[in-house]
Design a protein around this ligand. Sequence first.
Ligand code: NDP
Ligand code: 8X3
Length: 258
Amino acid sequence: MSRLDNKTILITGASSGIGKSTAYEFAKVAKVKLILGARRLPTVEEIAKDLHSKYSVSVLPIKLDVSDLESIPKVIENLPKDFADIDVLVNNAGLAIGVDRVKDLKVDDAVRMMTTNVLGLMAMTRAILPLYYKKGKGDIVNVGSIAGRESYPGGSVYCSTKSAVAQFTSALRKETIDTGIRVMEVDPGQVETEFSMVRYSGDHEKAGNVYKGYEPLIPEDIAEVIVFTVSRRPSVVIADTLVFPNQQAGSYHLYKQA
Ligand code: NDP
Ligand code: 8X3
């Protein structure tokens, strides 16, 4: 018996990395119902099949583009009845594009990062909250980053998006203090995922260099923290958690060996 049994959990960005691992971690520890959202529908469909066959959990793969802000309320409204009563929202979808200095910044890239990481997360949260207020409970876990606590050159926009996530999370926690709703944030340091391949537009060498010379986190490390956070007693809120690999102590403050 787990505190998470029978919970319905919606994970955004579940086709890869932290989101995908979080789906597996929830399925491993409890009889949950999972809604896996991402733009790559065939990928979340494959993951759903695998999860169902390995753990016998119910999984609904959905096409979800959090940067398509107008679509979000409809996606939530149109969930099948069996999956509509969401208990946990993991706002994980996010990305960085490039490492341009501000003087070279491409406005389109900035808009995409802001829309996905900030406005998409806000829109998902907004769409779920009426249900949570009605039930007098419900969990939100926002995936932030060390980048939201400490900036670095070339990360002006990405770091800003994650700072915005932190402020949004903190304001919402205050707004919901009298509701039973829990609002939590998990901030990873360097995790080896597709993140850097996306950031460097598929350049394997540049992406690989990000994780060279030290042992980065693996997505399961963050998945475990998310599941631990959500599975505390209802009166416990692990408000925010910063998780580093052992050789990291700040944004790009890494002990790298040749
Ligand atoms: P990945 O690139 O491996 O995964 C990102 C996920 O987000 C994918 O499933 C992708 O799915 C999804 N995604 C991207 N854009 C959208 C969108 N518009 N709508 C819906 N889903 C979207 O990276 P990570 O697992 O590392 O990243 C997950 C989160 O963790 C992000 O918020 C990232 O900022 C954060 N993070 C990552 C760190 C790291 O070092 N890796 C460190 C700190 C924080 P699809 O392409 O199918 O839509
Ligand atoms: C992702 C980690 O430090 O590359 O949030 O920005 S970092």
